[in-house]
Design a binder for this molecule. Sequence first.
Ligand SMILES: C[S@@+](CC[C@H](N)C(=O)[O-])C[C@H]1O[C@@H](n2cnc3c(N)ncnc32)[C@H](O)[C@@H]1O
Length: 424
Amino acid sequence: MMEENQRLAVWVLWYVFQGKNIDQALLLAEKELTLREVNLGAVKDYTYGVLRYGWQLKFIVKKLCKKYPSQLIENLLLIALYQLLYTNDDAFTIVSQAVNTAAKLDHIALKGFVNAVLRTFLREKDRFIQVAQQNEEARYNHPQWWINKIKHQYPLIWEDILKEAQQRAPFTLRVNTRQCSVEEYVKKLNEAHIDVVWVNNEAIILATPCSVDKLPGFDLGMVSIQDASAQLSLNYIDLFSQARVLDACAAPGGKTCHLLEHGQSIELLALDKSEDRLQRIRDNIKRLKLSTPRLSIKGVDARDINSWWDGVQFDRILLDAPCTGSGVVRRHPDIKWLRRESDISQLVAEQEALLNNLWPLLKPQGKLVYVTCSIFKEETSEQIQKFLKKHTDAKQLNSGSEQESFIKPDSFHDGFYYAVCQKN
Ligand SMILES: C[S@@+](CC[C@H](N)C(=O)[O-])C[C@H]1O[C@@H](n2cnc3c(N)ncnc32)[C@H](O)[C@@H]1O
């Protein structure tokens, strides 16, 4: 029932606005309520939708309500406005369901209020949309500090970046070419009546997202879900037979598995400091049938090399560093709400320590690939400039132009940054 979906979404948003990420918020909200018929797909659509367009929606709620209602009722109004503006659901059904949901939230007295607010919105929808356009946060759906930073760091393309970040993320697969070719997999998708919109190397973008149990051969390990930008790590790392490779921040193993799909004879050490997330690497390796005696997985802090390094240098190091995630906000719109500007300096310090501590572990002529799914320059080009200044035995191989290292977010790619540093 739509009311139950709205009610659960109200609580998911409650927890996100309290500082939890979407996955944690969903678990907490499900515990909070005793629900009968919930459509989780709809609940996710409402919560992701509100988080994606939340500044615009909150701006309109503020204009509509003379007095602040309460966090729960505000969340309900945000959900209803999202549905009215961005879905094809019938407007009068949305309003009447929202009125019923208000009652279920123990706000029977507010049924009339919710009804009146949403009906006022429907009467003057275009005017409210226009007024919201005048406000920068509401227009670009990002916090002001973030808008200012992108404007400053990307003076020519800032608006494209902010607009793209409000779109839905593409649903991208990576074919495990150890099991079947890309052509064969596209054929399987066609046979399953799943529409493909883009194919590049091993990346396939589907017209609409679907659950993994609908994907042919997912359980058998034929395919993984991974953005096309993340798949580029394979091109940059330049594997060769018998290479000794370190994947320093490996969980949940998206890139680890991609390396193993291609480097059958490599020796690979995968580290991550989060024990919980390490299990996801093991599960992915098992599903994709990539187990090999030449792979070790360790739950350690990669910065603390004395705790895990055996003293033998590596030919390749992949450092997919912890970062703000500013390049992947359309996939994880909660990041826009949870990130604080003050988080950046702490992450920059962690990235710097990882780079500096791991560099001595690379063989001469070896390559270190530094990756972030952030596009903030403190974490990307400025970080690497600092690193190159400090390590005179390092040169960046893909430094000709910014385009070579910065992957601009577009319809096919998340925003990413890659720097390939070679040791003299
Ligand atoms: C961007 S994610 C890695 C994604 C992964 N490479 C993939 O493709 O699936 C960053 C990871 O770094 C881990 N991490 C953060 N700091 C670390 C450290 N000091 N040592 C090891 N792992 C760390 C986090 O637990 C997180 O799993």
